[in-house]
Write a protein that binds this ligand. Structure first.
Ligand SMILES: [Fe+2]
Length: 150
């Protein structure tokens, strides 16, 4: 086999990463469109005055509590079965987060793209599940961490 953990899974994981970055762009645009032209009173009322003080109207990758994104959020053990399970959990957490965001608004201009993003997380979960099944067939003894001593 030419790929580290199955051709289908290798190709899928790389396309998936690109799609996730595009999703982040969509959320960034939505945030920027929401904040653009907001007055100081509106920013204060929305609890965004601290954000505005540091970042203005720019998009800074942080969670709603201001915790910045770091590479520490990306998990990788090098064990494909372990890592795919982590990915499966991440997709479910993303779906849940989109559902929580959707609960915050009745505005269809926000809900439509959020529904799309939520549905993509479900598809990602399904594709990772297929990859997990392939990996479990490839490593029936569960040990994919064998390494040459020399
Ligand atoms: Fe995803």
């Amino acid at each position: 086999m030419s790929f580290a953990f199955g051709g289908y899974c290798f190709i899928y994981v790389h396309h998936h990463g690109t799609e996730e970055i595009a999703h982040w762009e969509m959320i960034g645009v939505m945030i920027n469109q929401s904040m653009r032209n907001a007055s100081l009173d509106e920013l204060t009322e929305a609890g965004l005055i601290g954000y505005y003080t540091i970042h203005g109207y720019g998009i800074y990758p942080a969670d709603p509590n201001g915790i910045p994104f770091t590479a520490a959020y990306i998990q990788c053990t090098g064990d494909p079965i372990t890592d795919i399970n982590e990915d499966l959990a991440a997709e479910q957490k993303a779906r849940t987060t989109y559902e929580h965001i959707m609960n915050l608004t009745d505005n269809e201009e926000y809900l439509a793209p959020l529904r799309f993003l939520r549905e993509r997380e479900i598809v990602h979960y399904q594709r990772f599940g297929e990859c997990l099944n392939i990996l479990l067939e490839m490593f029936p003894d569960g040990n994919q961490n064998k390494i040459r001593r020399r």
